[in-house]
Design a protein around this ligand. Sequence first.
Ligand code: ZN
Length: 197
Amino acid sequence: MYPNCVRNLIDSLKDLPGIGEKSAERLAFSILNFDKEKIDNFANALNDIKNIKRCPICNNITDMDKCYICNDTGRDNDTIFVVEKPKDIVLFEKMGNYKGKYHVLDGLISPLEGINPEDINLESLINRVKENNVKEVIVVLKPSIEGETTMQYIKKILSNYDVRVSKIPIGIPMGTDIEYIDSMTLEMAFEDRKDVA
Ligand SMILES: [Zn+2]
């Protein structure tokens, strides 16, 4: 029905979340209307994504040796926000008034799904707390059984260190992804954070 290259484009677009055959066809035809320069920009942007790697310190995405947050000497090492995904960092950065660091777990502990503590990025968190004299670890994870389990585990493994482990009591329904919370709600919740009991 389509030339091969168009078929390939449609199939690639279908790899995106929420994009089925019809949406992929519509997007593909929009791209077909691009001029040569726009197609080059589009293709180059995609190609550059291959250079994205993880920050060896916090596990955020970066195209440099360290991510821009870990590289920023103006930020303090006393506080670490623990989040599930790199995308969650963007939300907190939009809040604008946080000047500490982050730690991306890349998953939550879920015994049901066979995801154990050693499967997520926890060991380096302990090392950071040990080595950088961190005063507070603020755990901001999806309100869910997995989020709660992970938070309790973090509290447990950090109990031997002189660090406050707090959580942000976000007034949102269980299961809501952190990325869907607006920054105002988040900012209020941040001011209201509590120790992990
Ligand atoms: Zn980093």
